[in-house]
Ligand binder design. Structure first.
Ligand code: SAM
Ligand code: SF4
Length: 332
């Protein structure tokens, strides 16, 4: 197999893979899923654990070091800890993380930890049950909160909370979420709303920008000091409260895209490789996996995907075309 790192035409070295294990979900966040008639992929189209593991083994030989399991909601995929255990054994994979909505976490946190999962990001947009229902179209806030505490009990350290930032909708959540995160020693990150909603109604006016979030936090808690990046490719800009405990991260793909440092590839649940959330092209790994093609062919496909990456493709780029897929179909 042609060895050597996955470097694109702009010198970005790809070491990070987002692995979607399902497009299904147990809630219906308005910024991700369509209101009605959600179409999920039939099960036979979804990669098996063996197929995923084989892909990751090849990717690891090309320099992929970090895996983030996502979806859809990854915890609705049956036997997920078994996949974690398989991925854990792949030489070269240094870190295994997972992003979840937390609804099923209380039941699964201990098994995931035992299987070797290193890190957890839990999405939590509000602490208000009625607002949670409006944002997610489900009444499950209690389950998410139980999941967060169960993750802590299971031994997960440095748990991150992800909160979406939507104008005229989540402003009032900022300060209570920050207070909750500080109280429970969780790192809170706000993510600007991106044009990846299932209903395709996103409008730039709805983006609650990082700068405004910062302003509201400083009004409530006093100054926030930027923390120097230890990893140039991390999407969040981190801040600490000058007054003491706690960190806040701002992920600003719309107002300040971080394409220049991007080191990520994505594999969708049905085995399509993507080089960007906003990519309009995909490379079909499932076809090779199911044809039992040699590792060299898979490696060549991964390299072709990396080689095809654009310099930038965010919502403010001149090259921006809204992708056909919504967030749950890509893997956030
Ligand atoms: N279901 C899991 C969850 O919600 O954490 C994992 C998949 S979800 C697609 C991953 C992350 O994407 C979540 O934190 C969610 O808030 C975020 N997300 C979904 N749609 C988004 C959008 N249109 N803009 C910005 N972030 C979005
Ligand atoms: Fe499900 Fe996550 Fe999308 Fe919400 S953001 S609908 S939890 S996949």
């Amino acid at each position: 197999m042609i060895q050597g790192p996955l470097v694109d035409a702009f010198g970005r070295v790809h070491t990070n893979l987002r692995l979607s294990v399902t497009d299904r979900c147990n809630i219906r966040c308005f910024y991700c899923m369509p209101t009605e008639q959600v179409q999920f992929r039939p099960r036979h189209e979804i990669l098996s654990f063996e197929e995923i593991t084989r892909f990751v083994r090849v990717a690891a030989r090309l320099g992929i070091r970090k895996i983030r399991i996502t979806g859809g909601e990854p915890l609705v995929r049956s036997q997920l800890p078994a996949l974690v255990r398989l991925l854990r054994q792949i030489p070269g994979i240094d870190e295994l993380a997972l992003t979840t909505n937390g609804v099923l976490l209380a039941e699964q946190a201990a098994a995931l930890r035992q299987a070797g999962l290193d890190r957890l990001n839990i999405s939590l947009d509000t602490l208000d049950p009625e607002k949670f229902q409006r944002l997610t179209r489900r009444d499950l806030l209690d389950r998410v909160l139980k999941g967060i505490f169960a993750a802590r009990t299971a031994g997960f350290q440095a748990i991150k909370l992800n909160a979406i930032a939507v104008r005229n909708m989540t402003e009032d959540e900022i300060v209570p979420l920050a207070r909750f995160a500080r109280q429970h020693d969780l790192e809170l990150r706000f993510i600007e709303y991106m044009p990846l909603d299932g209903d395709r109604t996103w409008h730039s006016d709805q983006v609650l920008q990082g700068a405004e979030i910062l302003r509201r936090l400083e009004q409530a808690f006093g100054p926030l000091e930027p923390i120097e990046r230890t990893d140039a490719s991390q999407p969040a800009t981190d801040y600490r409260f000058a007054s003491g405990q706690g960190r806040i991260g701002l992920i600003t793909p719309v107002s300040q895209p971080f394409c220049e440092q991007c080191n990520r590839l994505r594999l969708t649940a049905e085995g399509q490789i993507r080089n960007c959330l906003f990519s309009t092209d995909e490379w079909d790994a499932r076809a090779l996996l199911r044809a039992n093609a040699p590792d060299e062919d898979l490696a060549r496909l991964i390299r072709a995907c990396v080689a095809g990456k654009h310099a930038a493709r965010g919502g403010d780029s001149s090259e921006f075309v809204r992708p056909d897929r919504a967030m749950f179909q890509i893997g956030g």
